[in-house]
Write a protein that binds this ligand. Structure first.
Ligand SMILES: Cc1cc2nc3c(=O)[nH]c(=O)nc-3n(C[C@H](O)[C@H](O)[C@H](O)COP(=O)(O)OP(=O)(O)OC[C@H]3O[C@@H](n4cnc5c(N)ncnc54)[C@H](O)[C@@H]3O)c2cc1C
Ligand code: SF4
Length: 500
């Protein structure tokens, strides 16, 4: 059975269709809602702007993968006290197609903090219900710890550094089956081993009767007499489309596109587009005497969890040769010498649980995203760089490149690191950072003045309209969010069914 019912690239005349529930977006949130509703007998249409790309078409080059699979070809930027790229997938399967396959459940302390802030969320998101969804979804996605034989040197070296520094660490739990450690998760798995949405929940949804309309960009939610009754937009070939929803419209277009769709549709109720929170990331490169071949082994197979209380989580990164080269400092002969030894480098990253809150607004061609780090976030980024340097040097790196503008480009000794944390600049733009985890732009809550959707995921002001993605999260989580997003989306599907 074909995964796609309609390919918008071939639709040149007006398209009209109808379903009980229209889901916008086919990433982890949309795929979960579609699968759960279709299995319960609901007629579902999924509208997805991106296209379906089979594994054999995924390029080895990071730059080509960005052009094919990433929104804005990977050039989406947030503006503020530093210009920070934010990355998103645009494909059938959403960002799961190009993510690192790292799986974490929603930390209990995060859920508890949400309930303390708004007691209605304690009833709406019972921990045992969320945990049951997480367990079911993890089983479907084959989540398991990365075996040592697949990890490759870049991951095993992080384990070595963490053992030397005596900090908690572990093999990353990943959603893969048949992974051969080709290190290409961020370009799309060419072996079909990453169990992303287009290989799992979207086929489940289609098998249960859902239809996926790819290459269709939703531009407006149609509201009549205070109720969402459908979606309008344009196909990739330029024709208009209109899809009627007799029960509900579910927004699952991500924490950037969902608030834009709401505002574009005249649904500016509450703090829609405000409160963007994230886990900005910094990275450090280290040069080893032994081969690392950081493009081999599970893309991200090991993590340091012992600094989570500081709001910092360290991970090994896997990237193609071109991107590793871009992390090497220097000029002239010294640079050429370093480039000749690209197989000796490891690049590790620190994700920061930032306190910053940004803003998303629809723009003429792409969303306008503003996001400025707080002074405390910058201090955390600096500490993250220090901790990464420490792990790399403890693991045996001969030299490390902190990548902080205005500070020494190369550090050789762990004894130099306290100075880095004292003296490296605290100017935000001195840090090279990017964001991949985004939350909070249509947050959930009981107070219509402080939130956009109710605790049951329904829009405060519009009947039949639900938000299922991480826009509803009241805060960031400090861990990789895909499984938590899916668990909350499953809860959203339960609420849609209950209201049907
Ligand atoms: C490089 C990278 C690596 C990551 N690694 C991990 C990881 O290892 N583990 C983890 O837990 N998380 C990871 N993440 C984050 C995780 O993948 C996302 O948080 C998650 O995919 C978000 O799910 P979503 O369904 O809300 O949105 P998305 O997955 O972004 O899906 C939204 C979909 O909606 C579509 N869409 C948007 N607007 C419209 C419109 N107007 N009309 C039609 N369709 C539309 C988009 O094209 C997209 O396909 C990573 C992210 C990136 C960028
Ligand atoms: S490491 Fe390679 S084989 Fe394994 S899931 Fe990622 S891309 Fe696929």
């Amino acid at each position: 059975m074909s995964l796609i019912a309609v390919d918008g690239r071939t639709v040149r005349r007006r398209l009209d269709d109808r379903a009980e529930v229209v889901v916008i977006g086919s990433g982890p949130a949309g795929a979960t809602v579609a699968a759960d509703l279709a299995r319960a007998g609901v007629a579902v249409i999924v509208v997805e702007e991106g296209h379906h790309h089979p594994p054999t078409t995924f390029p080895a080059s990071g730059v080509r993968a960005m052009a094919q699979l990433y929104r804005d070809m990977g050039t989406s930027l947030a503006f503020g006290n530093l210009s920070m790229p934010y990355l998103q997938g645009r494909a059938v399967g959403g960002t799961s197609v190009i993510n690192g396959a790292i799986c974490w459940r929603l930390p209990p302390e995060v859920l508890a903090a949400w309930a303390t802030d708004d007691p209605a969320l304690a009833d709406a998101l019972p921990p045992e219900v969320i945990a049951a969804h997480e367990a079911r979804l993890e089983a479907r996605l084959g989540v398991h710890p990365t075996p040592a034989e697949l990890a490759g040197a870049k991951n095993l070296l992080l384990a070595r550094g963490a053992a030397v520094t005596e900090v908690a660490h572990r093999a990353i739990r990943r959603n893969v089956d048949g992974c051969v450690g080709s290190g290409r998760c961020l370009q799309g798995c060419p072996h079909g081993a990453k169990l992303s949405m287009e290989r799992t929940l979207l086929p489940d949804a289609v098998a249960a009767g859902a239809r996926i309309l790819a290459g269709l960009r939703a531009e407006r939610i149609v509201v009549e007499r205070g109720r969402a009754v459908g979606v309008r937009g344009t196909t990739a070939a330029g024709a208009p489309f209109a899809i009627e929803a007799t029960v509900a419209v579910v927004l699952a277009a991500s924490a950037i596109q969902t608030p834009c769709l709401l505002r574009q549709s005249g649904l500016g109720h509450g703090p829609v587009g405000d409160g963007l929170s994230a886990h900005p990331g910094v990275s450090v490169t280290g040069r080893f005497d032994e081969p690392v071949t950081s493009w081999r082994g599970a893309t991200q197979g090991h993590e340091v969890t012992g600094y989570r209380e500081l709001g910092i989580k360290l991970e090994a990164l896997g990237m193609d040769l071109g991107l590793v080269a871009s992390r090497v400092p220097g000029v002239g002969a010294g640079f050429a010498r370093r480039l000749a030894e690209l197989d000796r480098y490891a690049v590790w990253g620190a994700a920061i649980r930032a306190g910053a809150r940004g803003r998303v607004r629809p723009g003429r061609r792409r969303p306008l995203v503003t996001y400025s780090l707080t002074p405390d976030d910058v201090r955390k980024a600096r500490r993250g760089v220090r901790l990464l340097c420490e792990q790399l040097l403890a693991a045996g790196a001969r030299e490390v490149y902190p990548g902080i503008a205005g500070y020494d480009p190369v550090v050789h000794d762990r004894a130099e690191l306290p100075r880095l944390e004292r003296e490296a600049p605290l100017t935000p733009s001195a840090y090279s950072m990017s964001m991949t985890h985004l939350f909070g732009t249509a947050r959930m809550g009981s107070d219509p003045a402080r939130s956009v959707v109710r605790p049951d995921f329904r829009h405060h002001a519009t009947a039949g309209l639900y938000v299922a993605d991480s826009s509803v999260f009241p805060s960031n989580t400090g861990v990789n969010p895909m499984i938590a997003i899916m668990a909350l989306a499953a809860r959203c599907a339960e609420r849609v069914l209950a209201a049907r």
